[in-house]
Design a protein around this ligand. Sequence first.
Ligand code: NAD
Ligand code: ZN
Length: 258
Amino acid sequence: MARTTADESSYQTLARWLADAKIAVAFTGAGISTESGIPDFRSPGGIWAKYRVVEYQEFLASADARHEYWRQKSEAHADFADAAPNAGHQVLARWESQGRLTAVITQNIDELHQQAGSQRVLELHGTARRIACLDCGERYEVEPLLAEFRRENAVPPCPACGGRLKSATISFGQMLPPEALHESFALAKRADLFLAIGSSLVVEPAASLPRVAKEYGARLVIINRDPTPLDDRADLVIGGSIGAALAGVDAALELKEN
Ligand code: NAD
Ligand code: ZN
């Protein structure tokens, strides 16, 4: 069992493993974006402390539920709109450009990995920066439609077909995108180093991806402030701040190679 640390020697260990890895894959959750000012779900003061969850079936069935969903989105969107990538996102993007990291699998819906420059990003939960029509599939920029919602205090209909518009995110009760999911498990199986970063690892597929990677022979590293149910299986567990940890590992890599 790995002991949780956040010190130079754990950074050096991970730097060595990264340098040796042929296929390193990062899997990220809400925790990598809290240092950009976006609250996570399960921490105190997180999103779940604040809003009632509108599930997918309810969204489909009820105009009132759709209105409540849009009201919540209209409030929460400010967190996203002004957020910029932090050191954690930047280090992962740099590692990809240096050929050290093959891909980022993320549960996040904030597009901060892409903004930081990550190229291969598999979004398991979609993106809050787009609106999608559930009836015709058309996609739209979020801001103009949110402005319309606020102005009219009514959910705007799809400009193309009059159908139901929803954030292009995956709600509770909604199917995950099969292609991204399939590719993520394929990557977890091929990886020889798997970094689980900023996820409580309690919901699927977050709970399974690191476990599968480990079962298929990857070294498993967990970087998270709070303990997770998979800490016991990890080769290394790094606690504390994600930004500090990734910057520390990056610095150890630079030192090692210069
Ligand atoms: P979670 O809220 O369950 O867990 C986040 C974990 O990150 C916690 O265990 C916490 O200890 C850790 N953490 C938070 N800030 C940290 C920091 N600065 N340094 C180190 N550790 C830190 O998140 P989850 O497992 O990703 O599940 C929540 C779901 O909600 C996600 O699937 C995602 O779709 C959605 N979500 C996304 C965003 C986003 O896009 N930024 C934000 C909130 C929720
Ligand atoms: Zn439509």
